[in-house]
Ligand binder design. Sequence first.
Ligand code: NAD
Length: 214
Amino acid sequence: SHLSEKSSINELKSKIKELNENDLVDGILLQLPLPMGLDEGLLLKDIDPKKDVDGLHAYNLGCLLKKEDGPRCCTPAGIMALLSRNGFKVEGKRAVVIGRSILVGQPMALMLQAANATVTVAHSKTKNLASLTKQAEIVVVAAGQPNMIGKEHLSKGSVVIDVGIHRIIKTSGKASLCGDVRFQEVEPFVQAITPVPGGVGPMTVAMLLVNTVN
Ligand code: NAD
């Protein structure tokens, strides 16, 4: 459903209700961020948890916390799949997650803990970030700060997952995409790193389909 950005909260609520009640609809995703003035919290809780393919309903976040079945948040679920498909074992590893959002950082930390990693969550008030990340074997960067992480934050064995995605306008006027990590500088140094674009993004979409099919 494509709604106008001028839609009221009540119009959106009744659309969600209609989709909840429609047996032909298997999954509902509220595309975030919403236009100014619309409170996503009020709308996310209206989505039937069984149709919540984004895994962002409080009930489904509770299931993640309690290790009960349910749709999992797509970006961190995609990262877990990416690690395991590439043969990177998580159990017993030290992991640092940079960012503590409900969309990425928090559920990422829970999933890594559930897979028996020892997890530290860093955020905008964290001091000496590099001293934490240098000790980590897995570093998930979801700070939303372009080119923030470089070689000085990492060690040779690190596996780096770059969640950030930013549109940068170059001096030539051309637009390009970059992540939170300085890829060119870091890629030759670490054990493995995900590219931007073409890393975490497509995995997020794949997990959306996994949740829908399930
Ligand atoms: P957010 O802005 O909600 O959260 C950012 C987090 O990073 C906050 O917890 C903040 O405390 C922390 N942070 C900010 N600056 C920091 C710093 N200097 N040091 C340490 N921590 C810092 O963002 P979000 O929704 O979690 O998304 C993060 C990034 O990931 C964005 O660039 C977003 O576009 C991208 N993203 C990509 C996908 C994908 O599928 N590829 C999905 C979701 C988000």
